[in-house]
Design a protein around this ligand. Structure first.
Ligand code: GRF
Length: 199
């Protein structure tokens, strides 16, 4: 299973997936990394791992259609089977979504359908979870459509919210869970236990 990544910032989830492939816990090949951010840590990580990497953004492609086409071309060129949005701060274009319909996964650091939509990214998610008084949060892996956080849920993992948690301590616990859970779910996809597109 060739895995393509779209990521904007740190890329710790990309790294966890790459490490799982190297440890043979995941039957996958990290095939390409695309970032909209030329100076991102995720691109540096990709270079360190010798994974083909690309900066594609409105700076390289001012026309949204051209950017969408360029992203779709990279994924096709590297025979990507599944696209993982690993902290990708941009919406996808129709071409990429159509080419990979039902095979684009996003990682959301809370239990969807709660804590989705506007402002629900980064620390904002964990602030909202703590403000809600919920006693559990977690990780959702879901299919990507043209909107944010609205595609079908593929898998979820629960994380306890402690009474003493701050958004920062909860964020750390959820991110650690992501690093274990995302490769696990990808392996279930690689073995066919989870079949994409979902029926
Ligand atoms: C993660 O919290 C993920 O849930 C969200 O963006 C963050 C990415 O972190 N979509 P990293 O770049 O993988 O470290």
């Amino acid at each position: 299973m060739n895995i393509g990544f779209l990521a904007s910032h740190n890329g710790s989830n990309m790294q966890a997936i790459v490490d799982a492939c190297k440890a043979k816990l995941l039957d996958g090949v990290p095939a390409a990394v695309v970032s909209n951010n030329a100076d991102s840590r995720v691109l540096a990580r990709a270079r360190e791992e010798a994974i083909p990497s690309y900066h594609l953004s409105s700076r390289t492609h001012p026309e949204p259609e051209e950017l969408d086409q360029a992203i779709a071309d990279v994924m096709k060129m590297h025979a990507v089977d599944v696209v993982v949005l690993a902290g990708y701060a941009k919406k996808l274009g129709p071409k990429t979504i159509a080419n990979y319909d039902g095979r684009i996964l996003n990682i959301h650091p809370a239990l969807l359908p709660k804590f989705a939509g506007k402002g629900m990214y980064g620390m904002g998610v964990h602030e909202a979870v703590i403000a809600s008084g919920d006693v559990e949060s977690g990780v959702s892996i879901h299919l990507v459509d043209a909107e944010y956080d609205t595609g079908r849920i593929v898998a979820q993992s629960r994380v306890i919210v402690k009474r003493t948690d701050t958004p920062q301590t909860l964020a750390k616990r959820v991110l650690e869970r992501e690093h274990a859970f995302v490769p696990e779910v990808l392996q279930r996809i690689a073995t066919g236990e989870i079949e994409l597109p979902l029926q």
